[in-house]
Design a protein around this ligand. Structure first.
Ligand code: BGC
Length: 309
């Protein structure tokens, strides 16, 4: 059977899988990405991931067609080099991931922006299936986006666009990791939610025994903790306004929301939709359905393999 290795590089972990032509993951795993250390450390982890999958593919006798890698940041138009814009990974500028892996494994390598590949995966096999016009956004450490137009991934001229998380949302706001002021990512990512929560907690002199992350904030929100409710409503406000803008621009059939927070329950989608409804132009939104991603954490890996297959 024809298969490819799909890899999704994130700020915290590297997810990898052996994926078949129907988008099924035959083997899945993850490794720490070591993104805070150095580009070399991250490349070393990518290499380890490929070794594991390649060995398994060999044992099972699969016909391995190549390696697809999704990475944060802007990837050059040859789909080989990450140029920059991946602020959550130390030194991740001008890295020729494709040549690095090809030299070690003698398999063709294709590289793409992580969110683009997740959007591709969701459109081919997940929540966007059957649609020709999809906007995908993933909410995590950063915010990434993908736009599918007429059934094809639209990446802007020379592959340098659709950085939806870096839409300037707040005039006179705080500075985003990308250097600009008031980006959607800086206000609506999971990191932004945690930052807002910690700031408020410290002002109010509240301490938490556990590590504060998105999961904890969601749990407290569901327990009606006032601080968590306020911060979560803030999150819905920023994200909803961002999505309303994307609907006004692209008028997609579906907006697919991915990332850990989006999996926290029906309240999440309701919270976002409420704000979208208040801010969107109705005639732009009349064909748009907002849904949660279906492939969960594995959309990026499946999309990366789809690039090869
Ligand atoms: C980066 C994007 C990436 C997104 C999700 C953002 O900070 O700028 O390129 O797609 O994070 O990882």
């Amino acid at each position: 059977m024809e298969c490819a290795i799909g890899i999704d590089l994130g700020g915290t972990s590297i997810k990898y899988a052996l994926v078949d032509v129907n988008g099924n993951c035959l083997l899945k795993g993850q490794l720490p990405s070591m993104a805070s250390l150095s580009a070399d450390a991250v490349l070393g982890q990518l290499e380890k991931a490929v070794i594991v999958v390649k060995e398994e593919a060999g044992k099972q006798g699969y016909n391995l067609k190549g390696i697809g890698v999704g990475t944060p940041g802007i990837v050059d138009e040859t789909n080989r080099i990450v140029l920059g814009g991946a602020e959550n990974i130390a030194g991740w500028n001008n890295i020729d991931i494709a040549t690095f892996l090809e030299n070690r494994f003698s398999l063709p390598v294709v590289v793409g922006n992580d969110a683009n590949l997740m959007g591709l995966g969701e459109t081919k096999y997940g929540a966007g299936r059957g649609c020709t016009h999809v906007v995908f956004i993933t909410v995590g450490t950063g915010i990434g986006g993908a736009v599918i137009i007429d059934g094809k991934l639209f990446t802007g001229y020379a592959n340098r666009g659709t950085e939806l998380g870096h839409t300037p949302l707040i005039a006179n706001g705080e500075r985003c990791a990308c250097g600009a002021i008031g980006c959607l990512e800086h206000y609506a990512s999971t990191s932004a939610l945690v930052r807002a929560f910690m700031k408020r907690a410290s002002v109010e002199g509240i301490n938490f025994d556990e590590n504060v992350d998105g999961r904890l904030i969601v749990r407290l929100y569901q327990e009606r903790n006032p601080l968590a409710v306020d911060c979560m409503n803030g999150h819905f406000y920023y994200l909803g306004r961002g999505i309303a803008g994307f609907i006004n621009v692209f008028s997609p059939q579906r907006v697919v929301i991915g990332g850990g927070l989006s999996e926290s329950g029906p309240f999440y989608l309701e919270g976002v939709k409420r704000v979208v409804d208040e801010n969107v132009i109705k005639d732009c939104a009349c064909n748009t359905e907002i849904v949660i991603a279906k492939l969960g954490n594995w959309a990026g890996v499946i999309g990366a393999a789809a690039l090869v297959l």
